[in-house]
Ligand binder design. Sequence first.
Ligand code: GLN
Length: 446
Amino acid sequence: AYFERIEEAEEKVDAFITLTKEDALKSAKKTDEKISRGEKLGAIEGIPVAIKDNIVTKGIKTTCASKILENFIPPYNATVVDKIKNEGGIIIGKTNMDEFAMGSSTENSRFKNTKNPYDLSRVPGGSSGGSAAAVASLEAPLALGSETGGSVRQPASFCGVVGIKPTYGLVSRYGLIAFASSLDQIGTLGRNVEDCAFMLNVISGYDDKDSTSVNMVKKDYMKYLSEDIKGMKIALPKEYFGEGVDKNISERIRESARAFEKLGATIEEVSLPYTQYALPCYYLIATSEASSNLARFDGIRYGYRAKDYSDINELYINTRSQGFGEEVKRRIMLGTYSLSSGYYDAYYKKAQKVRGLLKKDFDKIFEKYDLILSPTSPTLPFRIGERSDDPVSMYMADVLTVSVNLTGCCAISVPCGYIENLPVGLQLIGNRFNEEKILRAAYAFE
Ligand code: GLN
């Protein structure tokens, strides 16, 4: 049924880079057999899942939407993919994204533009735009995306679906092709909070293959959903409603805050004074780490290799010049610059200090409040092409999401209605490893 739907919707939406129909149908058959034999079923037995194309899948092309990995077939599965398969989930395909997850509109894909299912002339957000669009257009009930600075929440908001960015360390990054390792985290996208909580149960947990994975008792997130939110304290940071944020969106979120009050929560305005430095801090750290992580794509070990070269240097240069797109090259250059001697202290080191201050800002709020409430995106989904020539205006799309990645916190984006027939997303931020709180509040609100 899902492949029938995909056939119908893909023509317009273009959410997938690769479809794995044959394998998926084989897995579905296995589930059928299990059912008829009365065997024990996995937690997500028979449920189709779409996977962002920067999460490696054994024997299935994993491109990062880049020419440099255009024909790359990984020899192993990411831990999250193994977990899904072990619980009976069925991988139906790999979704489109901004190249190496760098972008906010999925327009940086080497292969195609994914369209926003609510208005095909608009972007689905990014970088997990394919995953969000696939869920929104009913091509998949569940999808995985990745977050470095908002890439699950912002497309969830643009496409009217739910998206979770888990606490750094909750979900294994093994097999997630690295963009900025201290920020990257795999997240879930679904049609509602319950589906996302369910998926988080499947993919979370300690993994000794990821040295940043945290070893702690696994929680069952479904258990917390139906608890009420009476007495919950929610902070509304004034910086998240200020300049650059669409007034109609701000108003919609304030209305939603009143809905939380009706559910028994208390709402108070607070200040997160370092917010204004979050975006520059993010773009320094993310580009620095990216410049280092992407050094492995050299045309020698795997992936694309340029045809013409006369020595090893030319091989590197031609391969990387031809293999990477504009935005990826821009970031490698920015990152290399800020890590270079003489500039390191002024840029990278300073950004790390600012990151520490941001974390203190958040810690202070979480001493008094359970959650932070804000818009997910400062604007409604913009038109395809509207920002693609202006990187800084594209970077502004992340202004309300990057702090969560810089501080390692968890957050969720939940739909909260429409403006001009376009979906609006509300963001709930929780302290590290407080997923149950954001899920509980989002579920009560939904
Ligand atoms: N849009 C942000 C960027 O371009 C975030 C990307 C992400 O979260 N992967 O860096």
